[in-house]
Design a protein around this ligand. Structure first.
Ligand SMILES: NC(=O)c1ccc[n+]([C@@H]2O[C@H](COP(=O)([O-])OP(=O)(O)OC[C@H]3O[C@@H](n4cnc5c(N)ncnc54)[C@H](O)[C@@H]3O)[C@@H](O)[C@H]2O)c1
Length: 464
């Protein structure tokens, strides 16, 4: 596929596919001074014109995409116009999910660049992207350049240069670039965000998040991910997937809206599992030969971020250890603490221990976020990681239909995604501290925090 990425360099070639990434040690991306430039426009808090019926094209219909197609088909005020996957059968399978609905999308498949035709259509408002990581930024850019809002799976970008390209393009085109960080819409995360806003935790001093998910077998599976893309990404060393843990705590700390990430330090363990698995598989199956003798990501990465206002966040990434799933989600303030994982979640307001189940339930009722009161039960029925995926999709569509600012704007997409390349850089230099760019170019000081009260909108209906 042709891309216009300026710092596209080869870091590894496996099975005929070139991986793209930023050079890690002594990175030389070309956007070293974009912070100094005046912003073209501030997309934070920007209300794009209302769209009565949001016409959508989906790109990427593997494990993740079809669920989004099905969920969004249950929201009023949308029209699914296009389904695209390079593999025909994936587009057809996703289309079957729409058989009993009024949606009659055109299918696009076959060529590496077929997706461009979807972005080029005149009758589409939103491009929803769930492809392998290296395609996220090129697709989101092309969508915005062709007058579409872009909703892109996590992470939105792989390099700092890509992060800046997203920011610059969103500002210039005034098209939203929303990173689909569904974990910001999980029920406990929404509850703690609302509690944080109302001061329950006092001043938040420290927060933690993580992506600890045993994907060792999936990553080495021949069929789980298209063209082994996810295994190939694991040749980079850092926190490759920071946003599930980071997004919710960054919102609780008002990152990009009153505070911002200043610098980080990152440390990785050795790899004790991936190279060994590659070697073991390659011994009996030539398919795995290209992965033999490669250097894989250190199994546990721990990144600590300090904000300008003096808060800290600890973010971990481990997709190989046989541990129960965890995103940690710790919010620790001067007056209270919240912690999820292990489940059930807990809240405390002293050092003496966690609140009882009854006290927890009372807080859950008192601080219930309006989005949960309004569509939480329907979201649970429709599902998608227990309902959070639906809450995210519904909010995205409701904001577009009502012309409201996005909960997660392009600055969040860039800042949260940037932790991956920045952690790589820190890891490669014995955990030296690395500055986090100010993607808002100073606007963080006056940007308004995310609306958790659903002050506007909220009128988009759902069909069960
Ligand atoms: N937010 C979440 O909870 C969550 C969960 C799972 C996956 N994801 C993200 O979703 C994305 C997709 O992951 P997945 O597990 O579905 O991977 P996948 O490999 O199953 O799906 C990717 C799809 O993209 C298609 N594709 C590849 N190149 C293409 C091209 N040039 N044009 C059109 N289609 C193309 C592939 O055929 C494949 O069907 C990733 O970014 C992943 O991180 C997010």
């Amino acid at each position: 596929m042709k891309t216009n990425r300026r710092d596209f360099i080869k870091i590894s070639t496996l099975a005929g596919v070139t991986l793209a990434g930023e050079s890690v040690a002594g990175a030389t991306h070309k956007s070293t001074t974009p912070e100094a430039k005046a912003p073209a426009f501030n997309m934070s808090g920007y209300a794009a014109p209302k769209i009565e019926t949001v016409r959508i094209g989906f790109i990427g219909l593997g494990n993740r995409g079809p669920g989004a197609v099905e969920r969004i088909s249950k929201i009023d005020g949308v029209e699914i116009k296009a389904l695209c996957d390079i593999r025909r059968e994936k587009a057809e399978d996703a289309n079957k999910l729409l058989e009993k609905t009024p949606h009659k999308p055109v299918l696009y498949s076959g060529g590496e660049d077929e997706w461009k035709k979807v972005c080029e259509r005149k009758d589409i408002d939103l491009i929803y992207i769930a492809t392998p990581w290296r395609l996220h930024t090129p697709m989101a850019l092309y969508a915005m350049e062709h007058g579409k809002h872009a909703a892109v799976e996590v992470p939105a970008a792989l390099t700092l240069d890509e992060c800046w390209q997203l920011v610059d393009t969103s500002e210039r085109t005034k098209k939203h670039c929303v990173m689909l960080e569904n974990c910001c819409y999980d029920f406990f995360e929404l509850l703690t965000l609302n509690m944080a806003r109302q001061g329950y935790f006092g001043e938040i001093v420290h927060a933690e998040g993580a992506y600890i998910h045993h994907l060792l077998d999936s990553n080495f599976s021949k069929t789980k991910y298209y063209d082994m893309w996810r295994l190939k990404e694991n040749l980079r060393n850092g926190d490759l997937y920071p946003t599930h843990g980071l997004g919710p705590v960054a919102q609780a700390l008002n990152v990009n809206r009153g505070d911002r990430m200043d610098y980080l330090v990152s440390v990785s363990s050795n790899d004790f599992q991936m190279a060994a698995m590659a070697k073991e598989l390659a011994a009996t199956d030539a398919f795995y030969k290209p992965y033999e003798n490669k250097t894989f990501r250190g199994n546990m990465n721990t990144t600590t971020i300090r904000t300008v206002n003096g808060k800290t966040m600890m973010i971990q990434h481990d997709v190989t250890s046989p541990r129960p799933y965890s995103r940690i989600h710790l919010v620790s303030g001067t007056k209270g603490t919240a912690l999820k994982y292990p489940e059930p979640p807990r809240i405390s307001n002293s050092h003496e221990g966690w609140l009882s189940d009854e006290e927890f339930k009372a807080l859950e009722t008192k601080y219930a976020p309006p989005i949960v009161t309004r569509v939480g039960e329907m979201a649970k029925q429709i599902g998608g990681h227990g309902g959070m995926d639906f809450l995210m999709d519904w909010r995205l569509i409701d904001c577009l239909r009502n012309g409201l600012p996005m909960d997660m704007d392009v600055y969040d997409a860039a800042a949260w995604s940037s932790v991956a390349p920045l952690s790589e850089k820190s890891v490669a230099s014995r955990s030296a501290s690395v500055d986090v760019p100010d993607f808002t170019r100073g606007a963080w000081k006056s940007n308004i925090p995310v609306d958790v009260q659903l002050l506007k909108g909220g009128n988009t209906r759902v069909r069960l």
